[in-house]
Design a protein around this ligand. Structure first.
Ligand code: NAD
Ligand code: MG
Length: 387
């Protein structure tokens, strides 16, 4: 039976995930149509993408760039919009079936909620949304009967391993590359620059997640993301460093059997899987060759040196608004590290102080999350200024 075309809204189409999603869409014009494209500030690329993919609407977050977008699209049928309110509006357009959340950080929360409330399936790249408000988001998704389809490679791996399984998970292993500083000590880390931190060994990604990978906060955020996606207890989630990034993650079932999903590191595969779910699509991506990788290796994550991973586990155990505090503090310190205002190790110090000092809320409401996010950013910025 011929499949119907899926209309997709891409939030963050100019980023690393967004541009790769457009490659997947371009390769499958009979299956996918990008109805909505959005970007925060890169208006030139957004215009180029809009002229090529002819969405129904293009949204620029930065209101100062709205006129440029509007002018460039004036002789087309593409509508130009701007601002966060527009993001929340366009995800709810009736023809949209899936919203790919490929934007960075806490900014993903509001439009993801709007999309779920409008009954849209979510292809979730924006892990921060689940870190901040995992319980609220997964409850809302259940209530509105929408799927949250993971795009993060580890979570896509787990999701693929669970396909066809009815039995209970004993535990999962999230694999981690270890980042560019695997094996390095505190002295080395005290002197590393942002340029060193931005060189990931296996993946090319946006700046924020690349820094998160170098501090192991990315894996910490992924542990929290996995808890909510797969309804697990903290004790069922383990992290194993696997420097080759070939095994993308592993599920261990109650009979001890383990299933792993593997392949070359290429985000287009998990993106395509989420968009095409429940189908698999043929493609010409490079195939894995065992002989190119005679050894796949595994080691323990060094959480004494890379404190952020331990802090994320702590936050998950404390629950409530603690993961929201960690996320906000982390967004601040990553930005300040990229602005060369603080050193690599100070990132964990600021996050830890925020966790200790900010008000803990056991059962936060949506408003509490917004307030916690705001207060944490103010406090973290003060801490940075005092360094
Ligand atoms: P990126 O920085 O390359 O792109 C981010 C996109 O979001 C851009 O289009 C930007 O214009 C938009 N954006 C940024 N801030 C925004 C805001 N405040 N409001 C609206 N739009 C905004 O980031 P990325 O690497 O593509 O990552 C996107 C998300 O996917 C992140 O949550 C990241 O953790 C996750 N992720 C990325 C990868 C990867 O390989 N890049 C892998 C797994 C998960
Ligand atoms: Mg990942």
């Amino acid at each position: 039976m011929p499949q119907q075309i899926k209309n997709i809204a891409i939030l963050g189409s100019t980023g690393s995930i967004g541009t790769q999603a457009l490659e997947v869409i371009e390769a499958n014009p009979a299956l996918f149509y990008a109805s909505v494209l959005t970007a925060q500030s890169n208006v030139d690329l957004l215009i180029e993408q809009a002229l090529k993919f002819k969405p129904k609407v293009a949204v620029i977050g930065d209101e100062n760039k709205y006129q440029i977008l509007k002018e460039a699209l004036k002789n087309t049928s593409i509508e130009a919009k701007s601002g966060m309110a527009s993001l929340c509006e366009v995800v709810a357009l009736p023809e949209i079936e899936i919203v790919l959340t490929a934007l960075v950080g806490f900014a993903g929360l509001k439009p993801t909620i709007a999309a779920i409330k409008a009954g849209k399936h979510i292809a979730l790249a924006n892990k921060e949304t689940l870190v901040v408000a995992g319980e609220l988001i997964t409850d809302l998704a259940k209530q509105h009967h929408v799927n949250i389809l993971p795009v993060d490679s580890e979570h896509s791996a787990i999701f693929q391993c669970l396909t066809g399984e009815l039995d209970v998970i004993e535990k999962i292993y999230l694999t981690a590359s270890g980042g560019p500083f695997r094996g390095k000590n505190i002295k080395f880390l005290s002197e590393v620059t942002k340029h060193q931190a931005l060189k990931h060994p296996n993946w090319v990604m946006g700046a924020k997640i690349t820094i998160d990978s170098s501090t192991l906060m990315n894996k910490g955020l992924e542990v929290i993301e996995a808890k909510w996606l797969f309804n697990l207890d903290v004790k069922q989630i383990d992290v194993i460093v696997h420097p080759q990034s070939i095994i993308h993650s592993i599920v261990q079932f109650e009979d001890g059997s383990m299933k792993a999903q593997m392949g070359l590191p290429d985000m287009k595969l998990p993106i395509q899987y989420a968009l095409a779910y429940p189908n698999r699509l043929k493609n010409d991506f490079k195939r894995f060759n065992f002989l190119d990788y005679p050894a796949l290796t595994f080691e323990q994550a060094d959480t004494k040196t890379f404190r952020n991973l331990a802090l994320a586990f702590d936050a998950l155990e404390k629950a409530g608004n603690m993961p929201c505090i960690v996320n906000a503090a982390n967004e601040v310190v990553v930005a300040e590290f990229l602005n060369e205002q603080i050193g690599f190790l100070q990132m964990s110090e600021v996050i830890e102080t925020c966790m200790a000092k900010l008000d803990f809320i056991k059962e936060p409401s949506l408003e509490d999350y917004f307030e916690s996010d705001k207060q944490t950013r103010i406090f973290a910025k003060q801490l940075v200024t005092n360094i």
